[in-house]
Design a protein around this ligand. Structure first.
Ligand code: FPP
Length: 249
């Protein structure tokens, strides 16, 4: 059954891949709101934390197929500033997943694929051990020249904007410009995302990359994050391309 569904996804992904014009408009930077882990789990009679574990596997696969699709930047909303309000056990379980994900084995795979890791958000709020793990992942992948994966952790778009405004005003003696502002956002150095995907049927930005998504195409799917797969990703790319071709004709 599992093999059959994997084959169906693979087949669907290959079909969609062939429909994309690889020399046509494609996003360099895709941002994803990985939503629906909790609902995915409760619908299966599992604890919400099992949904986050399944979500981490979907995240690993997504990094793989985005790299294969030669994407330049992938930003994943992993933990919002609002998520601290969840029960402590759930918050701890999500943080444990950061530790589980950033193993030597994963970092080795990221290095083999030239993938650079970055964290956006206020990481100072995490415990020292978690911060060390994040810093280590950034450090060991810092020279990679392929795709950059930004993990948004303790991230909120409004705080990102306020923080950038504050530093700009102080450092530029009150002078204000788009470039000076953007260079102080957490995403400084990355192009703005051209495509923003949200899973789980919710159709809100929930504070994700508020400034950076001003021109992004938004793509929603009813699938919960743990069910996100390559076929859905290529469908989003294909629809992005159709919208861009329509807008330019
Ligand atoms: C949203 O689903 C998902 C999260 C809050 C956590 C996502 C985290 C991971 C997939 C792993 C993080 C790992 C690293 C390395 C950064 P939800 O719980 O809001 O789902 P619901 O809307 O159904 O309740």
């Amino acid at each position: 059954m599992l093999l059959w569904s994997k084959w169906k996804t693979r087949y669907g992904a290959e079909r969609l891949k062939r429909r994309i014009d690889w020399s046509g408009p494609l996003p360099q930077h895709v941002a994803i709101m990985m939503d629906g882990n909790g609902r995915w789990a409760t619908r299966r009679g599992l604890p919400r934390t099992a949904g986050h574990v399944a979500g981490m596997h979907a995240m690993r696969e997504t990094i793989r197929f985005c790299h294969q699709a030669q994407l330049r930047y992938l930003t994943l909303y992993a933990f919002s500033t609002e998520n601290w309000k969840r029960p402590k056990e759930e918050v701890d379980a999500i943080i444990r997943l950061v530790h589980e994900f950033m193993t030597e084995r994963t970092l080795g795979e990221l290095n083999r694929n030239q993938i650079k890791v970055s964290f956006i958000g206020d990481t100072a709020k995490f415990d020292p051990d978690t911060r060390r793990i994040m810093e280590q992942a950034v450090h060991v992948t810092r020279f990679n020249m392929g795709m950059t994966v930004n993990f948004a952790v303790n991230y909120g778009g409004r705080s990102d904007i306020v923080r950038a405004v504050k530093t700009m005003v102080t450092e530029e003696n009150g002078s204000v410009s788009i470039d000076a502002f953007e260079s102080r956002l957490y995403t400084s150095g990355c192009p703005n995302p051209e495509l923003l995907i949200r899973t789980s049927g919710e159709k809100r930005l929930s504070g994700f990359l508020l400034w950076q998504s001003a021109q992004a195409e938004l793509w929603f799917t009813d699938e919960m994050w743990p069910s996100f797969n390559e076929a859905l990703f290529y469908q989003a790319l294909y629809e992005y391309q159709c919208r861009k071709v329509r807008a330019n004709s």
